[in-house]
Ligand binder design. Sequence first.
Ligand SMILES: Nc1ncnc2c1ncn2[C@@H]1O[C@H](COP(=O)(O)OP(=O)(O)OP(=O)(O)O)[C@@H](O)[C@H]1O
Length: 365
Amino acid sequence: MKEIRFEHVSKSYGKTEVVKDLNLTIKEGERLILLGPSGCGKSTTLRMIAGLEDVTSGSIYMDKQKVNDVPSGKRNVAMVFQNYALYPHMKVIDNITYGLKVKKMSADEIKHRTDAALEMLQLKQYKDRLPKDLSGGQRQRVALARAVVKQGDCFLLDEPLSNLDAQLRVSARKELVKIHETFKQTLVYVTHDQTEAMTVGDRIALMYQGKLQMVDTPDNVYHRPANIFTAKFIGSPPMNVVDADFQQDKLLFNKQALQLSPEWSRFIQETGATELAFGTRPEHIHLSKIPLDNSITGQVKQVENHGSSYGVYLDVEGQEWIAMSETKNWLPNETVHIEIRMDKIHLFDKETTNSIGYPKNFYGE
Ligand SMILES: Nc1ncnc2c1ncn2[C@@H]1O[C@H](COP(=O)(O)OP(=O)(O)OP(=O)(O)O)[C@@H](O)[C@H]1O
């Protein structure tokens, strides 16, 4: 088990910097998720840990050792790739044991480790098959078994579940967490799927355009997003983030106003912010056909069926909002009253896009 530390790490391909001044400590034994949209630099970051990519500037440490110049084979990491990278001409058992044989491990130790991995990943009955005769899910389990038997210090996974169907992903996700709880290696997991990140991660490191946006627990990333990008990336449908003005104890949307709680108005005054972006999650909005206390109005644009609830798109003073509703009887162009959970709001500095923070003792802290 090892701590992995990035100190001012940047990576460029030619003139394009794809990872920018990354400072991140991955704690020994934790499950850290590298999350972000396609092309944000997550795979490159993982490959730098594995030693499959050079670092352009800065340093990577594993515990106290700087590993920039340590070759991949000497870093004691096990990696699972998105396409599994199994040897097509080798049986399952040989795929799993190959790396151990290359390392000249004793036959007894190889058998011990392999039997345990076959058992854990329910692969015993497939051990003599070739990869082409396995389903996607089974191949994925072989790739995991091959990584598990290495018993490396770090377990690196690059979108390991992306080739599986939705149901298999859920069971594979649980299996992975179980494996990790057995071995407790430092686990770094790349995905662009926020559900996977929320369910598997002890912490999530969210990246965008090569820059780390926030690193924190799934709860904090969801409830206390550090900036507008994080607020909109996490959560589905995404958080509404719209322009608002602050005046005394009110938030103004053009001529309409929402009353703030005394804690929030004091807090905003303390920060001195006036140009604000206001955030509210679609599930924290309640729609009504009749006027409500502390509400504003908007016009219904479209209703979308989400299965268990309906997404209602609204025009509020020229800005688009989305609210979740349990009912679908909202008519296009109808004026509706919008009530917001004022204890669950988010405010961002419009210029920097960073959260202005939250009043002390808010959410019962
Ligand atoms: N060998 C390479 N040469 C040039 N550019 C590269 C190379 N590898 C990656 N890139 C570029 O670096 C950027 C980051 O790529 P990376 O694979 O790390 O992104 P990612 O976040 O993992 O994306 P995805 O989820 O699509 O795999 C992308 O713009 C990509 O095109």
